[in-house]
Design a protein around this ligand. Structure first.
Ligand SMILES: Cc1cc2nc3c(=O)[nH]c(=O)nc-3n(C[C@H](O)[C@H](O)[C@H](O)COP(=O)(O)OP(=O)(O)OC[C@H]3O[C@@H](n4cnc5c(N)ncnc54)[C@H](O)[C@@H]3O)c2cc1C
Length: 385
């Protein structure tokens, strides 16, 4: 399947990435889970290796590898420890945002730092009253001379407490339709008035920081407005497309490992004097897991390929996200089943994979919302005829 999508450059990069991750991530993958912390040193090493820069041009310190290469890297990290990839995702997305929408001064100032992993980013959209409905954001940005004053709160923010740069979506024009009144602001971590708390533990993806932000009269210079004022909603929709096939790649990496470990277990576990892999009901599970995973990867890489061709992938990215997340949950659940009692203990990692997989049906837009988008896009086309 990779032969369909990977150029020679992506194939060659895959070898380098795999060997880097074997050396730097594989030995500490369980420690990250147990300590519930991703070492900063790892992030810096990944940055140096170019893993934060595939969507940033070389001119600004990235590798310019492109969307397919980015999905490949995401899959490879996620095969070993998916939480490390989840923490990297906001940096990739905000690198994309800066490269696509910021002005030359901002690109010069920020992109190298993001591409190298020197500065960690958070994408701050979700609020108490604005979850699935991002158009209901209440955080405000009021113009005040040469700056904006931000007030409001954000929740469930990945990398909250770890990030250097918080990209805040706020209403800058109260009178406009919310979709035309949203703008994006870069808020640096030590800005007075910004407070961050991490008041809960997550069900899975151990190792990531996640928490809430309070913004009280935060003064942001106008130079930190990213993109055009009032264009924040449209910019976000573009970011979401990239986010969706990124999260799909995380699902697929996680599912590849769950399938691999299930095959090994099934070949080694003997019952009724035979390896359980020889029983047809177990073979059916393996066959269905492999087929669904192949379909999920095809959807994901084709969305990335279409993006690389400059096409709009709203529908394809949602299809990839909805299908890959459902598939990852199914495959990890079957992995637990194949492992029997062992699968339900923490002596084996498959129970963790199943908890990790559930995240992807919620984060980055729930499965229900992806399905609404797919149906909306499908129905648009039928109305034209
Ligand atoms: C671990 C984690 C990390 C996250 N990281 C970030 C981050 O970095 N930045 C950020 O901004 N956000 C982040 N989020 C937030 C995430 O994007 C939201 O949780 C998600 O979009 C859903 O919003 P909500 O939690 O408010 O649920 P709600 O919108 O309240 O939805 C609750 C349920 O209702 C369903 N529902 C809602 N509307 C409809 C509808 N119209 N039709 C049918 N069903 C509907 C949903 O699908 C869901 O099942 C993160 C969340 C988690 C759990």
């Amino acid at each position: 399947m990779e032969n369909i999508f990977f150029t020679d450059k992506v194939q060659a990069t895959k070898k380098i990435v795999k060997s880097f991750l074997q050396k730097e991530l594989e030995p500490i993958k369980n420690e990250i889970n147990q300590a519930n912390k991703i070492p900063i040193a790892l992030i810096k090493k990944m940055g140096k290796q170019g893993l934060y820069g595939p969507l940033i041009p070389q001119k600004y310190g990235g590798t310019g590898l492109g969307y397919i290469g980015h999905c490949m890297i995401t899959e490879e990290i996620s095969k070993i420890n998916v939480a490390v990839s989840v923490s990297r995702t906001p940096c990739i997305l905000m690198g994309y945002l800066l490269n696509k929408f910021s002005n030359e001064l901002q690109k010069e100032k920020y992109l190298k730092q993001v591409a190298s992993g020197d500065k960690i980013c958070s994408i701050c959209v979700t609020e108490e009253l604005a979850g699935s409905n991002v158009a209901d954001i209440k955080t405000t940005a009021k113009k005040n001379g040469n700056s904006y004053i931000l007030n409001g709160s954000k929740r469930f923010i990945t990398n909250a407490g770890l990030s250097d740069y918080y990209f805040i979506w706020a209403i800058s024009d109260q009178n406009a339709n919310p979709r035309g009144g949203l703008s994006v602001f870069l808020v640096e971590k030590d800005t007075p008035g910004l407070s961050i708390e991490n008041p809960y533990n997550l069900m899975g993806i151990n190792g990531i920081y996640n928490g809430n932000l309070e913004l009280k009269n935060i003064e942001v210079p106008k130079e930190n407005l990213i993109g055009v004022e009032g264009n924040g909603f449209n910019d976000l929709m573009e970011v979401f497309n990239i986010e969706r096939f990124t999260l799909s790649s995380e699902c697929n990496g996680l599912a590849l490992t769950a399938l691999e470990e299930s095959k090994i277990y099934a070949k080694n576990r003997v019952q009724f004097n035979k390896p359980i892999a020889s029983f047809q009901l177990i073979k059916l599970k393996i066959a269905e897991m492999a087929t669904k995973l192949q379909a999920a990867r095809l959807l994901t890489y084709s969305a990335a390929k279409l993006s690389e061709m400059g096409l709009n992938v709203t529908k394809e990215a949602s299809m990839a996200k909805a299908y890959s997340s459902k598939t990852a949950l199914k495959i990890t659940s079957e992995a637990v089943q194949i492992h029997g009692g062992n699968g339900y203990t923490d002596n084996y990692p498959v129970e963790r994979y199943m908890r990790d997989a559930k995240f992807f049906m919620i984060g980055g837009g729930t499965t229900e919302i992806q399905n609404l988008i797919i149906a909306r896009e499908e129905l648009k086309h039928s109305l034209k005829k």
